[in-house]
Ligand binder design. Structure first.
Ligand code: XBP
Ligand code: MG
Length: 243
């Protein structure tokens, strides 16, 4: 029986990556760097999960001759850049730059009304989740979720399954009784490696990703009712049991 829904955040709960990209560029400018991530470059950089990891990857790939002066200087600089980025992103979300994708709130309400548990499994930072859901759901948004896995709980980023395994443990449920919602190949691989059937919601930054093995690929959740999800889930479990 389907007993829990586990949601990714960026690109799934909301189309956040444009706001993230703008915040990265703001941080680079504020720090005095002449870096600028346009949409094409950022779409490619999204293959790297995690903002800090993405900055480091870009720095090393665009400046291969770079030499670290003092131990930790690189790490400290990346951390400072990410702090500036996170502050700019939070400010943007608090001023209404991002809203939940179609169907997300309705599906969550439907699931809670039918006694299903909800959880979050994301790569992003806790403050980003709070800013988004406080604005979309209200000050008591956390009460909707049995558990939240994020950059502070799961340092090993997607496609590693760490964050999804943490959520299954917190939900006290086997993967077969849950469904994951994702938007990227890294996310699909992370959820699949944790044994989860996964519904993909496409967005313009990740629509070109490989979604082989996904339970379903949909443009968004506006046409997906809980009854439909239960049917897909049951069919997936029967297919798996039939080997
Ligand atoms: C996607 C990510 C995140 C965001 C940026 O997260 O890879 O890193 O792009 O957020 P999700 P941070 O797993 O929710 O799709 O800068 O906070 O990492
Ligand atoms: Mg995502």
């Amino acid at each position: 029986m389907l007993s829990a829904l586990i949601f990714d955040v960026d690109g799934t709960l909301a189309d956040t990556e444009t706001a993230h990209r703008t915040a990265f560029n703001h941080a680079f400018k504020e720090f005095g760097l002449d870096w600028h991530w346009d949409e094409e470059l950022y779409t490619d950089l999204l293959n790297i999960s995690g903002g800090k990891e993405r900055i480091l990857h870009f720095w090393k790939s665009s400046h291969p001759d770079m030499r670290e002066l003092g131990s930790g200087a690189l790490r400290d600089t990346v951390n400072r850049l990410h702090e500036l980025k996170t502050a700019a992103y939070e400010e943007a979300v608090n001023s209404g730059a991002v809203s939940l994708r179609p169907g997300v709130l309705r599906l969550m309400d439907e699931a809670m009304a039918q006694g299903l548990q909800l959880a979050i499994a994301t790569t992003t930072s806790p403050v980003n989740i709070a800013a988004l859901l406080r604005r979309a759901i209200g000050p008591d948004w956390r009460l909707n979720f049995t558990a939240i896995g994020d950059a502070s709980t799961a340092p090993i980023k997607k496609p590693h399954p760490q964050v999804y395994l943490q959520m299954l443990e917190a939900l006290k449920l086997p993967a077969a009784r849950c469904l994951a919602f994702e938007d990227s190949n890294n996310g699909l691989r992370s959820a699949s490696a944790a044994g989860l059937a996964t519904v993909i919601t496409l967005n313009r930054y990740t629509a070109h990703h490989d979604f082989s093995g996904a339970l379903r690929v949909v443009s968004d959740l506006s046409q997906v009712a809980l009854a439909q999800l239960k049917q897909w889930h049951e069919a997936a479990n029967s297919a798996r049991d039939a080997g």
